[in-house]
Design a protein around this ligand. Structure first.
Ligand SMILES: CC(C)(COP(=O)(O)OP(=O)(O)OC[C@H]1O[C@@H](n2cnc3c(N)ncnc32)[C@H](O)[C@@H]1OP(=O)(O)O)[C@@H](O)C(=O)NCCC(=O)NCCS
Length: 193
């Protein structure tokens, strides 16, 4: 917990996007629920197809907030001119035998993509996750989510598994699931950019 508090004490922080605008990165609070629902409602159809969990659903966002309150999830929000531009989360399931594995999730609004925000935010949540005493940090995506894959590869994540037809998109089509991982104490050391 002390490590977590240390990692989080650097927020809010500011970073400059590739177009010169400034993003503020801060920790998500339960009161951010409506901002998340608004963000989700504006996601393009293609993104909605591949949402890991359906954050357009109020119940799903309520579960997210509950996990924040319980300390199972830490989420960073990136705001540009007061607009929610992206989020990144680390989630741990303490009751399961995968309790030493943390899962990262990251999502940027289409309006703010290609500006370096996703990569920076992924790096920030990765640092938060590294402070949690986890054995392994993972991210799940479909193989065609290339920007996500690139952002995680920059941090030294490797493809650990491809599970064929493991997930289904919103249209009911089967998709492969790519599991990328970083072994905190193991062989895939972080690449410092
Ligand atoms: C993943 C995501 C957050 C990246 O956000 P972003 O702000 O556009 O990312 P960046 O601008 O920092 O780019 C990250 C890297 O991906 C590359 N990239 C960006 N868009 C790309 C695209 N459409 N195709 C291929 N590569 C792309 C960038 O060049 C950059 O690599 P570089 O630093 O070596 O140049 C965003 O694409 C997203 O929200 N995707 C949908 C959700 C998702 O896939 N989540 C991952 C599951 S955890």
């Amino acid at each position: 917990m002390a490590q977590k508090a240390k990692a989080e004490s650097k927020f809010p922080m500011h970073l400059k996007l590739r177009d010169g605008r400034q993003a503020t990165i801060r920790i998500m609070e339960p009161s951010d629920k409506d901002a998340i629902l608004k963000f989700a409602a504006k996601l393009p159809g293609d993104d909605l197809l591949f949402l890991r969990t359906d954050i357009t659903d109020k119940g799903v966002v309520n579960d997210w907030i509950d996990n924040i309150k319980k300390g199972n999830t830490t989420t960073l929000l990136a705001e540009v001119d007061g607009d929610l531009a992206a989020y990144a989360s680390v989630h741990v399931e303490p009751a399961r035998w995968t309790r030493r594995i943390g899962e990262l999730r990251v999502n940027a609004s289409s309006k703010y993509r290609g500006l370096g925000l996703g990569r920076r935010l992924t790096a920030e949540i990765f640092e938060v996750a590294r402070g949690l005493g986890l054995k392994k940090i993972t991210a799940q995506m479909t193989p065609d989510q290339t920007a996500a894959r690139t952002a995680f590869e920059h941090l030294g994540f490797q493809v650990e598994a491809v599970l064929t037809d493991w997930v289904e998109d919103r249209k009911g089509h089967p998709r492969d699931l790519l599991i990328m991982t970083h072994d905190v104490t193991g062989f895939s050391d972080r690449i410092v950019a």
